[in-house]
Design a protein around this ligand. Sequence first.
Ligand code: NAG
Ligand code: NAG
Ligand code: NAG
Ligand code: NAG
Ligand code: NAG
Length: 558
Amino acid sequence: MGSIRRTPPSFVALPLLCLLAVANAGDPYLFFEWHVTYGTISPLGVPQQGILVNGQFPGPEINSTSNNNIVVNVFNEIDEPLLFTWAGIQQRKNSWQDGTPGTMCPILPGQNYTYQFQVKDQIGSYIYFPTTALHRASGGMGMIKVHSRELIPVPFDNPTEEHSILLGDWYNKGHKTLKRILDSGRSIGKPDGIQINGKSAKVGDAAVEPLVTVEAGKTYRLRVCNVGMKLTVNFRIQGHAMKLVEMEGSHTVQNVYDSMDIHVGQCMSVLVTFDQTPKDYYFVTSSRFFKQVLTSVATIRYVNGNGPASPELPPPPPENSGGIAWSINQFRSFRWNLTASAARPNPQGSYHYGQINITRTIKLSNSRQVVDGKLRFAVNGISHVDGQTPFKLAEYFGKAKQVFKYDLVKDEAEQGDHKVVVAPSVKNATFRNFVEIIFENKEKSVQTWHLDGYSFFAVAIEAGTWTPEKRKNYNLLDAVSRHTIQVYPNSWAAVMTTLDNAGMWNLRSEMRERAYLGQQFYFSVVSPELSLRDEYNLPVGQELCGVVKDLPRLALYT
Ligand SMILES: *[C@@H]1O[C@H](CO)[C@@H](O)[C@H](O)[C@H]1NC(C)=O
Ligand SMILES: *[C@@H]1O[C@H](CO)[C@@H](O)[C@H](O)[C@H]1NC(C)=O
Ligand SMILES: *[C@@H]1O[C@H](CO)[C@@H](O)[C@H](O)[C@H]1NC(C)=O
Ligand SMILES: *[C@@H]1O[C@H](CO)[C@@H](O)[C@H](O)[C@H]1NC(C)=O
Ligand SMILES: *[C@@H]1O[C@H](CO)[C@@H](O)[C@H](O)[C@H]1NC(C)=O
C-alpha cells in the first residue's frame, strides 16, 4: 500500500504566523501536511500504481468552516512535477494559490510547497485534485467540506452523520500509460468501470465492507462528487429517496429525487432518512449517455440489520431519446433557496443578478480535431498548451509577450471548418464586467465546464442553437450559483457572473482527456488600479520558473 507516513492530516489552531501574508487575521487556521506518494490501489479489483495522499486513496478530507484559513504543506514524493487545485474554492484576490499550471510553478519531485488560502464566504462541498499531467487518472483527489459558521442558520436539521462519496469512471491503465497514449495522438478510449470511494462491486459479490453504516430512523448527509475522467453517472439508493440540499456551494430548494445525474467535476449533498426494514441496501452508480452501461454498487448497512441487499437494482433514468430530456428536466428542477442563509448573514436573494445589464457575451464552442496527425480538443478553434512559465507570473513580471498572445479565443467561434491552432491561450477580461457565457456543444458527447475563481448563475440549458431571443427563457430569479455546468450534445448552456475577482483563472473542460489535449484557457482579469484591495501581491517565497526565474521580486500592488 505505498509508504504510509506517520503524519495524519492533522490540524492545529496555531497563532498567526508572519509568513501568512495573504491570510485574514482573526479567522482560524487549519494546518495540514500532505505526503504524496505512489502506492498500489485496486479500485476495479485490478492492482495498479495509484497516487496517495498520506497513504490514502481517496485522499484525506479537508474539513473546514467558512472563512477558515487553510494551510497545506504538500511534499511531492512522486517522480513527476505536481500541483493541486481546489476546484470551486474561489480564492478571492489570490489566483497565486489556485494550483493550475497557468498560475503556479509545479512542485518538483522531492520538494514541498505550502498552499495558503481562505474559504472566504463559502459553504458546501468541493474537491481538490492534481492538475498536472494526467495525475487524476491515478488518484490524488479528495473532498473539501466547508461548514456554515455557528450562528448562521443552515436550512435543514443537523444530520446524524455526514459521509463523503467520491465516485466516477475509472481506467485500469494508470496515468503514465494513459498520458503516453494521449501524447502519441490517440484517445484514451472508454473507461474500464465505475469506482465508489476507491472500490467497486457487482450485485451478489461476497460481503464487502459497507460504504456507509446507518442507524434505523436517522437522517444522514451524503456529499457526492463525480471525480471521473469522462462520463456522467447516475446514483440512487434501493428503497430510499434523496433530498437535495446543497450543490457546489449553494443551498438549494429541497426537492426529493429517486436518482441523480451528476456530471464530471460536480458535487452535491443529499439527505437520506433510513426508515426502511433494517438490512442491507445497494447504493448504485451507473454511467449515462454512453453506449455500454457501466455499473457499480456499494452496500449501505443498517446497524443490527438482518439480510443482504435485494439483487433487484432500482432502474436508471429512461434512456429514450438518449435520456437527455430527463436530465435537462432534472437540471431545471434545481433552484437556489432564496430564503436560506449563505455563508454571510445577508439573504442570498438580495443579489438580483437578473437585473444587471450584460456587458459582454462570450460564446464558447468545443471541438475535436486531428491536428498534424494528433488528436486535439479546442475552444473556439484554439487548443491550449501550458508553457514553462505560468501565465500569471509572466503577466505580473511584464513578460507576457514572451510567453503567450492574448485573445486567440474570440468571443464567438468562426463559422465553418478551420484548422485548430495549438497555442497557449489567455483571454483578456475586463475587471467587474457582468458577463454571459454561452457554451455550445455540437459534438455527440456530453461536456462539463468549470471556471476557477468564481461561481456563476447557471441560468439555462436547452437543446438546439442559442440565439439572443433565448434569453427570455433564462432563469433570472433563482438559478443555482455554482462553478460547473454540463452541456448536452447539440445543445447549449448559459451562465452569468461578475468578473470581480482579479487574477488568472482557468476555464476548462472537466473531462481530463479534453483538458489535457487543449480544451481550456485562462481568463486574465486585471484590476486597472493595481490595488491591494483587488489582488494580493506575489506571495513571499513563491517559486519562480521559466522566463521569470531569476527576476527581482516586486510588489506590484499598493
Ligand atoms: C468537521 O467540522 C465540523 C465543524 O467544525 C465538526 O462538527 C465535525 O466534527 C468535523 N468532522 C470531522 C470528521 O472532523
Ligand atoms: C517545506 O517544509 C518545511 C518543513 O515543514 C517548511 O519549513 C518549509 O516552509 C516548506 N517549504 C515550502 C516552500 O513550503
Ligand atoms: C429554504 O430555506 C428555508 C430557511 O432555512 C427553509 O425554511 C425552507 O424550507 C427552504 N425552502 C425549500 C423550498 O427548500
Ligand atoms: C440597463 O440598460 C438599460 C438600457 O440601456 C438602462 O436603461 C438601465 O438603466 C440599465 N440598468 C442598469 C442597472 O444599469
Ligand atoms: C485587456 O483589455 C483592456 C480593456 O479592453 C485593455 O485596456 C487592456 O490593455 C487589455 N490588456 C491586454 C494585456 O491586452
